[in-house]
Design a protein around this ligand. Structure first.
Ligand code: AMP
Ligand code: ZN
Length: 471
C-alpha cells in the first residue's frame, strides 16, 4: 500500500488515485527570473522521484508543471536588463529545461506557460466575482476577499484572527499579513506588460495562475499537488481558496511539500557565497548524476544539508553503481561466465518498492540498493550469463525508479571490445608498454579499463558524459 504524508491533514495516509490506474500530479514550476538553484532542484528531483515511483507501481501519471513567466520577479528582472518580458523569461525557461535534462528529470506531460493561459485565469476571477468573493478595489486591482472563504488557513494552519478587516496585499509573496485579501488581477502599471480584462488592462497575480492552469489541464480535483515548503503559505493556501470557492470540490487530495535545502547548515544566499546553481557545480567538475544523488538521497521532509562532503559521498555511490553495472555488461560480452546465480534481486526490488511506499523512504530504498550491489560484486565470478542479464535488467529497473542513468549504455561497442582483447593479451605476455598504449587507445574512445584481479578478466566502463552547459 502506498502512503504519503499529506500537509492538509498532517498525517501519513494511504494513497489511492481518484481514477483507478491514473494519477494526476501538479507541481509548481519555476519562476523563470534566474537560473534555478540547487534548492529548487532539491524540490524538482523529489517530485521526479515521486513520479517515477508511482510509474514503477504501474500507475499512469499525468504530470503538469507550469512555468511562471509573469510575476513580480520576472517583471522586475526584465526591466533591470531592459528586455521584453518574453525575451527575458524565454532565456531562463530554456536554461531550466536544459538543467532538467541534465538531471534526468522526466519532462512533464504538459508544461503550460502562464502567459499563454491568461483567458483561463480571467474566467476564474470572473467566477469568483460572480460569487461575491473577488472585488475590485480603488486602485483598479481585483482582490480575493479572504473572509468569504471559511476554510481559509486549513492547509497552513494559519488563523484569521490576526486579520485586520479589509487589509490587502498586492505582492505575490508575503508572510506576515496572515489572511489579508490578496491580489487576483493587478491593474496595469506604466511600463509593465499587461493584458485586456473585464477590469481593464492588467496582469494576473501569481496564485491565480496555478489554480487556473491546474484545473484547466487536470480537472477540478487533482490527486497530488506538490512543491517546496515555502509554497504552503500563501501560494497553496490561496490556490485552495481560489479553486474551492468556485468549484465547491477539494482542489487537491494530497499535498506534498519538500523541506528546504540548506548549504553548510545555512540558508543559501548570494552574499554568504553559499548560493549554487547547477551550472556552478558543473563548473567545479561535478557530474550531474552525482548532484542528483546528493539532492535525492535525503528524505523529502527532512532538512537536506548540502555540503561538498555530501557530493563526495554521492560520487562514491555513483561509482559503485557504475562499476558494478559495467562489470556485468563486460563479463556478459567478453563471454567469461560462471554457472551460478543465487542473487536475491527480485526480493530487493520488492523491498525497494515497499520502502518507497512508506512516504518515499529513500534512505531505506538506497540502503537496499547498495546492499544488493555489494552482493552482486561478491558473486561476479560465479554468475551465469542468465544471472548477468538479470543483473543488467535490475539496473535498468533501478534507473526507471531513481533516474541515476547507470544502465543507459546497452552495449560495449565492438571496437572497444577488440582493443580490450588485445590489451588482455598484452598483459598476459607482460608486454606493458603495449598494454599501456592500448589502455590509452580505449581511453580516447571514452572508456576506462579496469584490471581484473589474478584469474579475473579486465573489463571496461564508459566515462560519464560531461555537460557542456555554461553560465
Ligand atoms: P521558484 O522558482 O522560486 O518558484 O521555486 C521553484 C520551486 O523550488 C518551488 O517548489 C520552491 O518551493 C522550491 N524551492 C525554493 N527554494 C528552495 C530550497 N532552498 N530548497 C528546496 N526547495 C526550494
Ligand atoms: Zn504554483
Amino acid at each position: 500500500m502506498i502512503k504519503f504524508h499529506n500537509t492538509l491533514t498532517n498525517e501519513i495516509e494511504p494513497f489511492t488515485p481518484l481514477k483507478a490506474g491514473e494519477v494526476s500530479l501538479y507541481t509548481c514550476g519555476p519562476t523563470v527570473y534566474h537560473y534555478a538553484h540547487i534548492g529548487n532542484f532539491r524540490t524538482f528531483v523529489f517530485e521526479d522521484l515521486l513520479r517515477r515511483f508511482l510509474e514503477s507501481c504501474g500507475l499512469k501519471v499525468k504530470h503538469v508543471m507550469n512555468i511562471t513567466d509573469v510575476d513580480d520577479k520576472t517583471i522586475a528582472g526584465a526591466r533591470r536588463e531592459q528586455k521584453t518580458l518574453r525575451e527575458y523569461t524565454s532565456f531562463y525557461t530554456q536554461a531550466f529545461l536544459d538543467d532538467m535534462r541534465a538531471l534526468n528529470i522526466l519532462p512533464p506531460v504538459l508544461q503550460p506557460h502562464a502567459t499563454n493561459e491568461i483567458p483561463a485565469m480571467i474566467r476564474l476571477i470572473e467566477d469568483l466575482a460572480a460569487k461575491g468573493i473577488a472585488y475590485r478595489a480603488e486602485d483598479g486591482s481585483v482582490y480575493y476577499r479572504v473572509s468569504k472563504f471559511e476554510e481559509y488557513g486549513k492547509l497552513s494552519k494559519k488563523k484569521l484572527d490576526g486579520n485586520i478587516a479589509g487589509a490587502r496585499v498586492d505582492n505575490d509573496e508575503y508572510e506576515k499579513e496572515e489572511g489579508a485579501d490578496f491580489v487576483l488581477w493587478k491593474a496595469a502599471k506604466e511600463g509593465e506588460p499587461s493584458w485586456d480584462s473585464p477590469w481593464g488592462r492588467g496582469r494576473p497575480g501569481w496564485h491565480i495562475e496555478c489554480s487556473a492552469m491546474c484545473m484547466r489541464h487536470l480537472g477540478e480535483t487533482v490527486d497530488i499537488h506538490a512543491g517546496g515548503e515555502d509554497l504552503v503559505f500563501p501560494h497553496h493556501e490561496n490556490e485552495i481558496a481560489q479553486s474551492e470557492a468556485v468549484t465547491g470540490k477539494p482542489f487537491a487530495r494530497y499535498w506534498l511539500h519538500a523541506k528546504h535545502l540548506l548549504v553548510n547548515g545555512e540558508k543559501m544566499s548570494k552574499s554568504k557565497g553559499n548560493f549554487f546553481t547547477l551550472r556552478d557545480l558543473f563548473e567545479k567538475g561535478y557530474d550531474a548524476m552525482v548532484i542528483r544523488y546528493a539532492l535525492m538521497s535525503v528524505h523529502y521532509r527532512q532538512q537536506l544539508n548540502f555540503t561538498f562532503e555530501s557530493l563526495k559521498e554521492a560520487r562514491e555511490v555513483i561509482e559503485k553503481l557504475d562499476n558494478c553495472y559495467f562489470q556485468c555488461l563486460s563479463r556478459l560480452q567478453i563471454g567469461c561466465r560462471g554457472t551460478d546465480g543465487q542473487l536475491q534481486l527480485r526480493q530487493a526490488v520488492r523491498d525497494i518498492g515497499e520502502s518507497l511506499s512508506e512516504d518515499l523512504n529513500i534512505a531505506s530504498a538506497l540502503a537496499i540498493l547498495q546492499k544488493i550491489v555489494t552482493e552482486i560484486n561478491a558473486h561476479l565470478a560465479q554468475l551465469s550469463s542468465a544471472s548477468l542479464r538479470e543483473c543488467i535488467g535490475f539496473f535498468e529497473h533501478m534507473d526507471r525508479i531513481f533516474g541515476l542513468d547507470v544502465a543507459s549504455v546497452k552495449e560495449i561497442p565492438p571496437d572497444v571490445l577488440g582493443v580490450l582483447a588485445e590489451y588482455a593479451e598484452a598483459r598476459k605476455i607482460r608486454d606493458f608498454s603495449k598494454s599501456d598504449a592500448l589502455r590509452k587507445e580505449i581511453g580516447e574512445k571514452k572508456w576506462f579499463v579496469k584490471d581484473g584481479r589474478p584469474g579475473e578478466p579486465s573489463t571496461v566502463k564508459k566515462m560519464r558524459r560531461a555537460w557542456d552547459i555554461k553560465k
